[in-house]
Design a protein around this ligand. Structure first.
Ligand code: FAD
Length: 381
């Protein structure tokens, strides 16, 4: 019977990036996916590489996002080199647009919030924003420039990561759904997959929003990897005049330029269980945000609409690290940021498995926070 140093459950951008990293450390790696790898959230994403927080709940995520953004150039160079494929990586920055009457004050608060977290941000005048992006709509009242942000094209990235990991010797098994963990005393020694046993020195759970339900009868996973699906709808447009170089983002939505001139517009954030449908209400929200940012898109061709399921978690933070079962690690719950966080996740998992000492403190994302939750502080009222 074949055994591996590491078995990874799930071949999305997270599982495949971990495989690439571990295979580079000469470990024998198997990635088990219940369908074709890379066809879930990682296929659906917009591809913004943005460590800027969406809300105060995201503040603890900023250090991880910044660390991963720093790793990105080296990560894509290694992936492109190993695969011979482009990842569509670009570092053109993001313009955040504020359209409310209090736009300038909102912008200044946002810039201060970003800077406090170490995210590069500066105010720019609307004249400058329009020089950079001449198609920007008249609703804009203020703009901020997040110069270090980038983009990757998730479907190209996914294809390249899979090819690069395979070229390093990682084995990918499609149609190989994992239904259980093999445990001996306090150690995980493998998985039940496609009805058979696969043994491994380490097992990594990287099954995105499905992580909590891999083994429905095993309450441990539901407790330690409490993921849930958060639906996001998306659309791709072929503009018939308006062009875009940088990401444009507002509190209503975003536009992400692709190298071939398409513009990807998103998104919704919906608690709809595992339902994947694209809805009129979702499309309306995206159209409204897109046309406010770039009215010249009104006559664009709608090329594609789709949805994906983000792996959400109870506190919106990823679940990363060793567990209280020897040999079992979790790398999931990357929610809105899995494309950004793939390089740092892969690096951390390699360090945990090989025992290499890295300098980054990832304890805030440990799965143990669910098993041993901090007591809630009493509210004064
Ligand atoms: C609309 C949308 C827009 C987004 N935009 C961005 C963005 O701009 N920037 C960004 O950084 N992130 C973005 N994200 C988030 C990002 O896509 C996710 O965080 C990331 O793709 C998660 O990757 P993953 O590998 O953990 O999960 P997935 O890509 O979902 O992969 C999980 C894999 O596990 C497999 N699997 C599930 N159950 C089993 C099982 N029992 N056995 C074996 N295999 C199993 C699945 O088949 C799948 O291949 C977006 C997501 C969506 C939906």
């Amino acid at each position: 019977m074949k055994s591996f140093d590491v078995a990874i459950i799930g071949g999305g951008v997270i599982g495949a990036s971990i495989a690439f990293e571990l295979a580079g450390a000469k470990l024998r790696v198997a990635v088990l996916d219940r369908q074709q790898p890379g066809r879930e959230a990682s296929w659906a994403a917009a591809g913004m590489l943005s460590p800027a927080p969406d809300s105060a709940r995201d503040y603890p995520l900023a250090p991880l996002g910044l660390e991963s953004l720093k790793l990105y150039p080296e990560f894509v160079a290694a992936i492109e080199d190993g695969s011979g494929q482009s990842t569509g990586y670009a570092r053109e920055g993001t313009l955040e647009i504020f359209s409310t009457p209090s736009g300038e004050a909102d912008r200044d608060r946002r810039v201060a919030e970003c800077r406090r977290l170490g995210v590069a941000a500066e105010p720019v005048t609307l004249d400058t924003a329009r020089q950079w992006e001449p198609a920007l709509g008249p609703a804009a009242r203020a703009a901020a420039w997040l110069c270090e942000e980038g983009t990757a094209e998730p479907r190209s990235l996914m294809s390249a990561v899979l090819a690069a990991a395979q070229s390093r010797g990682a084995e990918f098994r499609s149609d190989c759904g994992v239904t259980g963990l093999i445990r001996e005393h306090d150690r995980c020694t493998g998985v039940i997959a496609a009805g058979g046993e696969i043994f491994a020195g380490h097992v990594v759970v990287a099954a995105g929003c499905f992580s909590h339900e891999i083994a429905p009868e095993d309450e441990w996973l539901a407790r330690n990897a409490p993921t849930r699906p958060v639906r996001g709808q998306m659309m791709a447009l072929r503009p018939d005049g308006a062009s875009l170089r940088r990401v444009l983002r507002s509190d209503k939505g975003y536009l992400v330029p692709r190298r071939d001139g398409r513009i990807v517009a998103g998104s919704t954030s919906e608690e709809a269980g595992f339902q994947r449908r694209v809805t009129p209400a979702g499309m309306r929200k995206i159209f409204e945000a897109a046309l406010e940012l770039l009215p010249g898109l009104a006559g664009a061709e709608v090329l594609e609409i789709w949805s994906g399921l983000r792996p959400g978690t109870p506190d919106d933070l990823p679940i990363l690290g060793p567990t209280d079962i020897d040999g079992l690690l979790i790398a999931t719950g990357h929610y809105r940021n899995g494309i950004l966080l793939a390089p740092v996740t892969a690096k951390l998992v390699r360090e945990w498995i090989t025992g290499a000492r890295g300098g980054f403190d990832a304890s805030a994302y440990s799965p143990l926070r669910f098993a041993n939750p901090k007591p809630k502080t009493q509210s004064a009222h």
